[in-house]
Design a protein around this ligand. Sequence first.
Ligand code: SF4
Length: 280
Amino acid sequence: MIESTTRWSITRRKIFTNCARRYAIKYVHNNNKKLIKHKSRYNSPWNLMISTSRCIFFELLTDLHRGVIWSEKLIQSRIRFELTSQLISFGITDKKISNKKKNKLILYAFIRIKKILCNSIINKIVNGTIKEWSFHDRIKPVMFGHIEVYCSPDIVYRTKSKWHLVRLSFQSERIQPYVELELCSMLLWSKYNQYLPNIQEKFALHGLFYSGGKWRNYSLIPSQRMLQESKQLLEKDVHNMNLLQIEFMKSMNPNKLPFANSNKYCIRCPYKISCPKFNF
Ligand code: SF4
């Protein structure tokens, strides 16, 4: 018996909407041995570069909060150390990845961080124009009805009486049809949003997304209607995730579920090796 899904996060949503097979392998196993076998412990060097970029950027913010500013050299050496550790932890030792490729990944992570430091919001934090700010992780969920929602903003800052909630994505799709509603999910994190009739005066939402070699800003002033629609989206997602689970339980075979439409999405999929889409 597989328990029904009660969790929602942007990552889950993105995987769910892009590929049912990948979603099932990643999230629906419930200690079933056969399914766990499917779920090879593999992460691509590219994905590890993305997680390294994020991790190092948050370390940089931690120090910045204490008034310590990092040099470019320090950023590079921290990236090198973190990426090497992550690669080794996934069995990608120096025998399996060339120095040239590793250096390229270090450069890509460095470019991401260097460019985000020039972004107008982040730059104001770094140069002290924005004085009141904090950063958060998405490890702790908030409850929305029976759903655990992983939706905290990455950065929060205040200007006058307005709270700005910022989400960062170090690897993003260029076209995001639901970006407004996805950003609105950050409002669930703020326990005050429920009691604010004047939500548009209190909050501004920002998404900083890296795609095509650039950081792009998406900013919006939320409304009660958008918040309401965002909650509906979330409930609908969880409902559909549960329908997929029911479908999956009939055969317990992820290969019978729909595959990603776009081959581009498959490039960095950790479950590609066993995927029938590429093995027929
Ligand atoms: S390789 Fe593509 S189709 Fe296969 S599981 Fe991964 S994303 Fe889905």
